[in-house]
Design a protein around this ligand. Structure first.
Ligand SMILES: *Cc1c(COP(=O)(O)O)cnc(C)c1O
Length: 396
């Protein structure tokens, strides 16, 4: 089988030619001064993506789950009261880590087609003022929804709690402002809106979070899961000593992916994601299908989740779109697997007419299964949104 012609998934997705070329750069010795500078430069690029945060950037050398798990391990003390906000599969998963490391877990869970209401967070704090830590997922990729972290996290800070934010699929596609919104630890991945390779955790750690980690006897040291090792060895050691050998090729690839975004300009990249998502939702509705998210206000801009129509099964739809049309789409994840389909429009997949390809592949596939859909109407509606404001001669 060949590779798909279009990878319009929930990540990993395709990389730019520049990122692919960078991944093929010579493998250098990690203590070569050239590599030390590249590593430090990548931290500065990631800080720029996090709205120029003053937090330390820790580039953990494994897929984003490493950064998420390391953060939970580092901050949770046995018996500490933690509030986990669960509006989807990843949020729920994070709560299990908190509990496993000994947290007294308070969970605010909402149906997975909704977002967390900041007023509900305020109410939980009034009932449980002893909460010391709040964890939340920014963009819930499996259900295509987004939580208002710019409202939720300031509430937590006002009540003296630390915040952990999973922004794996939002960084590079949506604003993430740790310093303005009181985000203590943010964890992102390069393989979503940045179109990078899936082998690194891009973690931003505030001074308050470092103080709490240092004060936590349960925080790992001398471990792949240790954030403190990076602080004490690399950052405080003047960026001359790594706790362990970094993934040299990934550093090159992720640097190029960040360069792509920073050179185009983060606001322009975010606008492109917004437009692709709006076009996709317009297309889905015009085809006669239904977005999964209850309202457009809570729809994430990196992926559009679509309720499964009657008359076809998810696995069959995905296989047919992939084999017949060369387009890779995503199913749901976890318990959402049989309920929805996803068209990804993150990173390079948010460019050009990729959304139209995704809608066409989904529409034709459903038609091939005998499901009534208006694919042409969907394509027209998506093109209408994509071309808004583009006069003759200025089509991007
Ligand atoms: C992709 C993603 C992760 C990382 O999980 P994987 O299943 O390893 O890709 C974590 N959180 C969110 C919100 C994600 O989108």
């Amino acid at each position: 089988m060949h590779q798909p012609d279009f990878t319009l998934t929930a990540g990993p997705i395709s990389a730019s030619p520049r990122t692919l070329a960078a991944l093929g750069s010579p493998i250098v010795f990690d203590y070569d001064p050239v590599f030390l500078e590249r590593f430090a430069a990548l931290e500065r690029k990631v800080a720029a993506l996090y709205a120029g945060t003053k937090s330390d950037i820790v580039l953990m050398q494994g897929e984003a789950v490493l950064g998420l798990e390391a953060t939970a391990r580092s901050l949770v003390r046995p018996g500490m009261t933690c509030l986990n906000l669960a509006s989807g599969v990843y949020g729920k998963w994070f709560g299990r880590w908190l509990a496993e490391y000994g947290a007294d877990l308070v969970e605010l869970e909402v149906p997975y087609d909704e977002a967390v209401d900041p007023a509900a967070v305020e109410r939980v704090f009034r009932e449980r003022p002893e909460i010391e830590l709040v964890s939340v997922v920014h963009s819930e990729t499996p259900s295509g929804t987004v939580n208002p972290i710019h409202e939720i996290c300031p509430i937590a800070k006002r009540h003296g709690a630390l915040t952990i934010v999973d922004c794996v699929s939002s960084l590079g596609g949506t604003e993430v402002r740790p310093d303005d919104w009181g985000l203590d630890v943010c964890i992102a991945g390069p393989q979503k809106c940045l179109s990078g390779p899936p082998g690194m955790s891009l973690v931003a750690v505030s001074d308050d979070a470092w103080a709490a980690i240092r004060a936590n006897p349960a925080a790992p040291r001398g471990s792949f899961l240790s954030l403190l090792d990076w602080k004490e060895t690399w950052i405080e050691g003047g960026r001359t000593q790594f706790p362990y050998t970094p993934s040299v090729a990934e550093v090159h690839g992720v640097s190029a992916a960040c360069d792509d975004v920073l050179e185009e300009g983060l606001p322009a990249v975010i606008e492109r994601h917004d437009r692709a998502a709006a076009a996709c939702r317009a297309g889905i509705r015009a085809m006669g299908l239904e977005p999964w998210a209850k309202s457009d206000e809570i729809a994430t801009n990196c992926v559009t989740a679509v309720r499964k129509p009657d008359g076809a099964e998810i696995a069959g739809i995905l296989r047919h779109a992939r084999e017949r049309y060369g387009v890779m789409l995503s199913a749901g994840y976890g318990e959402l697997k049989p309920k929805l389909l996803r068209i990804g429009h993150m990173g390079v997949a948010s460019r050009s007419l990729n959304v139209v390809v995704g809608l066409s592949a989904l529409g034709r596939t459903l038609a091939d299964f005998g499901v009534p859909v208006r694919t042409g109407d969907g394509v027209e509606a998506a093109l209408e949104v994509l071309s808004a404001g583009a006069g003759v001669g200025s089509v991007a």
